[in-house]
Design a protein around this ligand. Structure first.
Ligand code: BTN
Length: 244
């Protein structure tokens, strides 16, 4: 049995064997008043959710967790927290392995997706963010091979408990940078870890497929592309391919 992970000061571990989705558990706790840093970890999920309505295979062995955040900001700014999470995940990867972030919130190791991030915000009637649940799944012990995945998957190795310690330390660090310096610092760090500018990528926008050269990410977190028809700014879409 591995030792219980140690979280940063002020964080609380909520440990479960099996839940539907840690995002739902953390959301319920947040609605009941749980403070920032409440970290829900389940050994398995029976209804793990991914982006765009996909499921997230969640058998025992990988990491499934959701953190309650209370960022006191607009919904637009809360969307920046997905990039904060991607940096924290990238920090967990051991030196010597090629780690890259992929817009908007994926992390790749040696070209395969090692983690998925699902931020969910609860917005009050005045448009203010009441809380954010930052859901993160990391392939620690194995890389699930699902037919609906259009990418290869990678795994981190090590133990789930070690991944939790590294991840929460990274989250605490990058959250405090975000609060102190704003998105500019997060954006700069994210761009350093992204694929090279000029790389050819495809982006799926609903039924439309846009091909262009990766031209970075703007100050609002939108993907920038140079296409044959001119520059495009993409707020929501799915980047196909593996590197940017
Ligand atoms: C993606 O599609 O890339 C995002 C996947 C997010 C999965 C994590 S696992 C922990 C948390 N609980 C969920 O149901 N989903 C997120």
């Amino acid at each position: 049995m591995n030792p219980t992970p140690v979280l940063p000061d002020g964080w609380t571990l909520v440990e479960r064997d099996s839940v539907g989705s840690t995002n739902d558990e953390a959301g319920l706790l947040a609605e009941a008043g749980a403070p920032e840093g409440t970290f829900v970890w389940a050994r398995e999920q029976t209804g793990g959710r991914g982006r765009r309505g996909r499921r997230w295979a969640s058998p025992v062995g990988n990491l499934y967790c959701s953190t309650v955040l209370r960022p006191e900001c607009s919904a637009q700014r809360a969307a920046e927290l997905g990039f904060v999470a991607a940096l924290a995940v990238a920090d967990v990867v051991q030196d010597g392995r090629a780690v890259r972030v992929k817009w908007p919130n994926d992390v790749l190791v040696d070209g395969g997706k090692v983690a998925g991030i699902l931020p969910e915000s609860s917005i009050g009637q005045d448009g203010h963010v009441e809380h954010v649940v930052l859901g993160i799944g990391i392939n620690v012990a194995f890389a699930p091979d699902l037919p609906e995945m259009r990418y290869t998957a990678a795994m981190l190795g090590g133990t789930v408990e070690a991944a939790i310690e590294g991840l929460t330390a990274g989250l605490a660090r990058w959250l405090s940078e975000w609060r102190r310096e704003g998105f500019a610092v997060i954006r700069a760090a994210w761009l350093e870890r992204a694929g090279p500018l000029g790389l050819e990528v495809d982006v799926k926008l609903g039924e439309e497929l846009v091909r262009g050269a990766f031209a970075g990410m703007d100050r609002e977190g939108a993907l920038l592309l140079e296409t044959p028809a001119g520059p495009r700014r993409i707020v929501s879409g799915e980047l196909l391919g593996r590197t940017a």
